[in-house]
Write a protein that binds this ligand. Structure first.
Ligand code: NA7
Length: 529
């Protein structure tokens, strides 16, 4: 059988780009297939106004090449989507990656051939490529969720999804706009859309927590200091659960005297960002502790939002940090604007989209443009959009009918020679994605090099190892409050999706240790042939 490539990588976001770079360095013949017209993945598609990373720019970057670290200049504490996309393009140019990436091409099917032990990858451009190995680099939040609200196709104005935003941008000046959703994408974009629109109506199903970003241009002295100490900072970050270098207060919230607790929350609030959840170490372990953080933020909402009814509706009812915490610039204060209306739809779903707006709770709302800030079919959606068939023609869809099953989020029993970068069952979305991506890519690259060195041509996760890992991922998730609410972490945002806590919550250090131990024990839990 003619083999086209040693490895086919699906996706040219940060994961696919670094995978290509590593494989090339090892002398493997590699092709990356990418649906978009450019690199960047998430940052290629999510071009909605205000899109930023919620991890600070100096940390949300590659660390594999110190020269890249030193030469790239981030301009703001939290990088904007255009700046991150520029960085991705810079990386593509700097390492001459594009010549091995096939753009504007979507993989539709990947089939394992039991006899020849190869994968055939098919695309929407009628390619049929044969590879020894396949690596998926599809991103965790890359299959946009368009809810099946009746009448959606009847809306006569433009409809935009935050996860697939027009490249030329959208100017809402003078328009009336309806926004469905109050997740991170909505929380980032609403303040900006509100400045442009004649009127903005926000339809909120679940009120969400957000912490101010206090974003600002980066101080050159701070940047110089980071650059001088990059190795130390990166190393320290890898010893912390989220792979982000930030100070975690190991005290318990509930055991800290109220006044001191308040002072610490205020300090974190003033500093801004996701580090708020590190105010105390038990916020996601203890209900009572969590409530103290909820109360702090709810008091802030009441202080900022002038209309008591709106403030009440904006106050989240969930555990803080159960759904992913958001980071904003002026979100709550936006609801003080006369041109912004909040509609609470928590008790009744939207009845229908109409040609001129939507109907909810028996009332008609009209607007010129509709924005769906309705998120993603997270973690599994992008994989399941591809018809992936393993041994004996078994489909991934069938294998995962009760929820995703992987070994380390890296590989699956029955799907030999297929690796998933930041797949379900890995720390992925609970960590800084960049170091997690690099760790996975390095693990996979080293594995392929080790197989080549030993003459092995097949690697496959063993069912027992997979089962044990899935059990472990589930049981540690059950120990935290994070698995208790209806979030995309558990697939609750997608009707009919099995409710399983998908990422590994044990933290990056424990995960890395486990991955390294697996290698040290001769790829324990894998069958090599
Ligand atoms: P999210 O966080 O999944 O938010 C989607 C929002 O859309 C959320 O408020 C949903 O309400 C709402 N939604 C979804 N479907 C509906 C329907 N049918 N009716 C009303 N409201 C709906 O996605 P984002 O894009 O904001 O952020 C994703 C991640 O990207 C984020 O966590 C960061 O990591 C970056 P719900 O909460 O499900 O009730």
């Amino acid at each position: 059988m003619k083999i086209d490539f040693d490895v086919i990588v699906i996706g040219a976001g940060f994961a696919g780009m670094y995978m290509l770079h590593r494989l090339r360095g090892l002398g493997f013949g590699c092709r990356v297939i990418e649906a978009g017209s450019g690199v960047g993945g998430t940052w290629y598609w999510n071009r909605y106004p205000g899109a930023r990373c919620d991890v600070e720019s100096v940390q949300y970057s590659y660390q594999f090449d110190p020269r890249l670290e030193q030469e790239w200049e981030w301009t703001e504490r939290y990088a904007t989507q255009p700046e991150i996309l520029k960085y991705a393009n810079h990386v593509a140019d700097r390492y001459d990656l594009r010549r091995d990436i096939r753009f504007d091409t979507r993989v539709t099917r990947a089939t394992f051939d039991d006899k020849d032990s190869v994968w055939t990858v098919e695309t929407d451009r009628s390619d049929r490529l044969v590879a020894r190995f396949v690596v998926t680099a599809l991103g965790c939040l890359s299959a946009p969720n368009t809810p099946k609200i009746p009448g959606l196709a009847d809306f006569t104005g433009p409809t935009y999804h935050t996860g697939n935003w027009p490249h030329e941008g959208v100017d809402f000046t003078g328009k009336t706009v309806g926004v469905i959703g109050t997740g991170s994408s909505a929380i980032q974009s609403i303040p900006i859309m509100a400045q442009q629109a004649r009127h903005l109506t926000v339809f909120q199903r679940t009120a969400n927590y957000t912490i101010p970003a206090h974003n600002a241009p980066l101080d050159p002295h701070y940047v110089a200091q980071v650059k001088a100490n990059y190795r130390t900072m990166r190393k320290r970050a890898k010893t912390l659960p989220a792979g982000i270098d930030l100070a975690i207060n190991m005290a318990s919230a509930i055991e800290t005297p109220a006044e001191e607790r308040q002072r610490l929350y205020q300090e974190r609030w003033d500093y801004g960002g996701l580090g708020f959840m590190a105010s105390f170490s038990d916020l996601l372990l203890n209900d009572e502790s969590n409530r103290t953080a909820q109360d702090f933020v709810k008091a802030k909402i009441r202080q900022i939002v002038e209309d008591p009814e709106t403030a009440k509706a904006l106050a989240p009812k969930n555990i803080i940090g159960c759904k992913r915490l958001c980071v904003d610039t002026g979100y709550w204060a936006t609801f003080n604007r006369p041109n912004v209306t909040l509609v609470d739809i928590s008790d009744e779903p939207i009845e229908t989209i109409t040609p001129t707006g939507l109907r909810a709770k028996g009332r008609d709302y009209t607007f010129d443009c509709l924005v769906l800030a309705t998120g993603f079919d997270a973690m599994t959606g992008a994989l399941l959009r591809i018809d992936i068939r393993g041994r004996g023609g078994v489909s991934l869809k069938d294998k995962w009918s009760e929820g995703p099953k992987t070994y380390l989020g890296l590989a699956m029993a029955g799907f030999p020679k297929l690796f998933t970068i930041t797949g379900p069952g890995s720390p992925s979305v609970l960590t800084n994605m960049l170091p997690s991506i690099e760790q996975h890519v390095d693990w996979i690259a080293d594995c392929l090099a080790a197989l080549r060195a030993t003459g092995a041509t097949v690697i496959e996760a063993e069912p027992r190892a997979e089962e044990e890992w899935v059990g472990h991922v589930g049981s540690i998730a059950d120990n935290t409050l994070r698995s208790t609410c209806s979030s995309w972490y558990v697939g609750a945002n997608i009707p009919g999706k099995p409710r399983v806590f998908m990422p590994y919550i044990g933290g990056l250090p424990a995960y890395i240790e486990r991955c390294e131990a697996v290698v040290a024990r001769g790829y324990e839990g894998f069958t090599l042939a």
